[in-house]
Design a protein around this ligand. Structure first.
Ligand code: PLP
Length: 364
């Protein structure tokens, strides 16, 4: 009998767009990943009897250098479980003001854990620590207690920037000087940071108490993140995941996609970074010749897989629509900024055409 997976083209693998650059979440599972998912050995994970999930959790924990990991349906859930466990209602969480956890998790920190945020308002990560230090609330009857610092690495709204290694040392020192303050990393794209810096993921996370990592962004899995920490922390996290409705049954099927992603798609992230650099070069050229049409770039030299280009604010919709018509999808993020994220469904062979489309639509 012929396997349906192997015979003929799979409609799910194709798309009309030349390149969907809105996010690296738009990747579709390749045939190998789908086969791994279809043949996964599964069990009931709420009873901790799904062997594929256990394998994934052990593998990812080892890779990031923590004792244990918990598979979660999303990065948001992993981040929010961490916040819930590291804080108490009424506490304050120190975070950079353009972080995903602060801006894009639907107010979950205050809603689910009763915390408030104190925002570090500098995108210059070398200045992060002194600014953060000035925001730690003094221990008094009147103040919220600062109990957690969250660092995003790489940083989405800062153009996929890697938190500088020296900056991480400062954050670790800072944390050590503050008794009772925990350190969590939103590492949705920590894989990109490791590849970009040629460092291991575990060294980027040294001194952190927990990390959320994601399989469904640049790594290309359809679903899933993991929260990693000490064994005791993850035991408690399992209960919060259950309380919040995130207990899954035969989810080894999706965990198999995540395992495949982890094993096959980390090193190749360097290719995405090269393709982002190609776009950044183009935007620089266009800006040099037509500064009235291309106003700037957040990351003139992107470190990872994101490029943000700015067009006049009243033209962003026009440009986005023209690009889409030509098969290139980008994400408008406000004030004329357009985000383009490279990923494994944007092959090298597409880049010449993508450049052409950008050149035409940005200057039209
Ligand atoms: C930096 C960062 N953290 C966390 C998340 C949340 O991941 P999810 O969409 O799986 O909840 C995202 C999603 O894009 C992200 O970019």
């Amino acid at each position: 009998m012929t396997s349906g997976l192997k015979s003929g083209p799979d409609p799910g693998l194709t798309s009309a767009a030349i390149a969907d650059l809105r996010s690296d979440t738009f990747t579709r599972p390749c045939r190998g990943m789908r086969e791994a998912m279809a043949s996964a050995i599964v069990g009931d994970d709420v009873f901790q009897e799904d062997p594929t999930i256990r394998e994934l959790e052990e593998e990812v924990a080892g890779l990031v250098g923590f004792e244990a990991a918990l598979f979660t349906p999303s990065g948001t859930m992993a981040n929010q479980i961490a916040i819930n466990l590291h804080t108490r209602p009424g506490d304050s969480v120190l975070i950079e003001e353009e972080s995903h956890v602060f801006l894009y998790e639907a107010g979950a920190g205050p809603a689910l854990s009763g915390i408030q945020f104190d925002c570090v308002s500098t995108g210059d990560f070398t200045r992060w620590t002194p600014v953060a230090a000035s925001l730690v609330r003094e221990d008094s009857l009147h103040s919220a207690t600062t109990s957690l610092i969250v660092v995003e690495n790489t940083h989405n709204r800062h153009g996929g920037r890697v938190f500088p290694l020296a900056g991480l040392d400062l954050v670790r020192d800072f944390r050590r000087s503050r008794d009772g303050v925990a350190l969590h990393c939103d590492g949705a794209r920590i894989w990109n940071a490791a590849v970009a810096t040629g460092t291991s993921v575990s060294s980027l996370l040294r001194g952190f108490d927990s990390v959320s990592v994601c399989f469904s962004k640049g790594l290309g899995a359809p679903v899933g993140s993991a929260l990693c920490g000490s064994r005791e922390f993850i035991n408690r996290a399992r209960k919060i995941r259950k309380r919040w409705g995130g207990g899954m049954r035969q989810a080894g099927i999706v965990a198999a996609g995540a395992l495949f992603a982890l094993r096959h798609n980390r090193e190749r992230l360097a290719e995405d970074h090269e393709r982002a650099a190609i776009l950044a070069d183009l935007f620089r050229e266009l800006r040099a010749t037509r500064p009235e049409k291309v106003l700037g770039a957040k990351t003139p030299d992107p470190q990872t897989n994101m490029v943000y280009v700015q067009v006049p604010a009243n033209r962003d919709r026009i440009v986005v629509d023209a690009l889409a018509k030509a098969g290139v999808l980008v994400l408008p993020t406000g004030n004329g900024w357009l985000r383009a994220v490279t990923h494994l469904d944007v092959p090298a062979s597409a880049m010449a055409r993508v450049r052409e489309v950008f050149a035409t639509c940005l200057l039209a």
